[in-house]
Design a binder for this molecule. Sequence first.
Ligand code: SAM
Length: 283
Amino acid sequence: MDCTLGGGGHARLLLEHLGPDGRLLAIDRDAAAVAAARETLGRVEPAATLVQGNFADLAQIAQETGFERVNGVLFDLGLSSDQLEDPSRGFSFRLDGPLDMRMDVGAPVSAARVVNELPERELAALIRRLGEERWAVRIARFIAARRPLRTTRELAGAVEAAIPRGAWPPDIHPATRTFQALRMHVNDELGNLARGLEGALKILEPGGRVAVISFHSLEDGAVKRFFSQESKDCLCPPGQPVCTCGHRASLRVLTRKPVRPSAAELAANPRSRSARLRAAERI
Ligand SMILES: C[S@@+](CC[C@H](N)C(=O)[O-])C[C@H]1O[C@@H](n2cnc3c(N)ncnc32)[C@H](O)[C@@H]1O
């Protein structure tokens, strides 16, 4: 199961490696990604089923499409290049577009609502937590003073003005962390990841594997904690003489440390620079 179909790169490789009876279920929240993958992957039925949906609901989607048990679940988190490079989606601070940032354009809350309607203090807390941005309070103040903001360039301009020039990060655009925080909030990315990992446990058959590629320390931390918790037989507080939780390990961690891109991969695909892969096997 490819939970993040995106441009279809992984799906294509998975299809190439399927055995004669193998089947692939690939999903994406973004209807445009699913439509584009139908074109680029060509005729994939009956080996593959492509579905627009949220991986938070993966167990249900799997059941509805006849994939009750699977032996692999892949998450390649974050944005696709297609989403980032389409100005009309509002993900990029380099391209001017509406403040949207919804992966699923049917979702109710866009970035414009968050930027223009969230109380300044809440906006600052969100930018600090999800963007790990130390200038969050000032950024929120500058945003609030310029409301209503309508475009990605207006938002990027507010962030650029809020961070003193000498403190601009050397290697990334000053608005990178703010955009990331808003995008993660608009799409509830951490909440969906937590539900997606739970769902993967439900549908993986013993010996099956779940692999997650993340691009953000909060995501990688969530995956690491989930794998570690689900690989333990008891979650009672240390020192408790008798186990009362009844928790049983359901995963074996395959990657003590996350796998990072090699030098060759970095040269061929610079966007992989912050990628971390973790994998675990269902017991
Ligand atoms: C990094 S891209 C995937 C690229 C893909 N692996 C490829 O080879 O082209 C991430 C994709 O995950 C999708 N996505 C993010 N969160 C999702 C969710 N909760 N449910 C389903 N798809 C999601 C995004 O819409 C995006 O298309």
